[in-house]
Design a protein around this ligand. Structure first.
Ligand SMILES: N[C@@H](CCC(=O)N[C@@H](CS)C(=O)NCC(=O)O)C(=O)O
Length: 209
């Protein structure tokens, strides 16, 4: 049995999408990161870095959403198309090193930062838009990011792209990404995962006075 520590966050959604695709039995443990649950001694014993998502299986904890996706895909054989493991790894690293952090910066400088910084926002939006262009080119001749089959690469990129409107990132010039987003969103497992995590909505962080 898998114990899954998460909440309604971008990276937790990836893991929940995988679990819904595969119907893997699991116990969900909500960790409210705005309520400080990630700093409790009990959770720090699971992940000293104080971050979600985490899964624990056979007494072993695994952190980092894309590592969790890769581990579960290898264990189950689901979401890992044959013959493209290197491309898949490359996409997972690109997501973790570029899409995740820079979309996160766009979110921060779009309204969470105590003081606006238009230069920082423009810089990070430029990088985020480049990610959208790269993915659009990738999807021009194939339905999914790693070929014609749905894979954990698609799961990995979906949650931030699903928030593009809130981040004020346009997909107007990325028709292939738009079509891909609709395809991924229409999957019953995606809808189930989003619905399950809705109950664990995170309040926005408080800005200092
Ligand atoms: N690279 C990590 C990022 C994990 C991460 O940043 N998690 C955030 C929520 S999405 C978190 O737990 N933040 C709590 C904190 O930093 O205090 C992953 O992909 O799992």
């Amino acid at each position: 049995m898998i114990t899954f520590y998460g909440y309604n966050t971008i990276n937790s959604l990836k893991v929940m999408m995988f679990l819904m695709e595969t119907d893997l039995p699991h116990d969900f443990v909500p960790i409210n990161i705005r309520g400080g649950d990630q700093h409790t001694p009990d959770f720090r014993a699971v992940n000293p870095a104080g971050k979600i998502p985490v899964i624990v299986q056979d007494g072993k904890a695994l952190t980092e959403s894309n590592a969790i996706l890769m581990h579960l895909a290898r264990k189950t054989g689901w979401g890992l198309p044959e013959g493209v493991e290197d491309q898949l790894l490359s996409l997972l690293f690109y997501q973790a090193s570029t899409q995740g952090p820079y979309f996160g910066q766009v979110e921060y400088w779009s309204g969470l930062a105590p003081k606006p910084n238009p230069d920082a926002l423009a810089q990070y939006k430029g990088i985020a838009n480049r990610v959208i262009t790269v993915l659009d080119e990738q999807l021009a001749n194939q339905d999914y990011l790693c070929g014609d089959g749905y894979s954990i690469a698609d799961i990995s990129f979906f949650p931030w792209l699903d928030h593009h409107e809130e981040l004020n990132l346009s997909l107007a010039e990325a028709p292939h990404v738009q079509a891909w987003l609709a395809r991924v969103k229409a999957r019953p497992a995606t809808q189930k995962a989003c619905k399950l995590l809705e109950a664990y909505h995170l309040a926005p962080p408080k800005k200092p006075d």
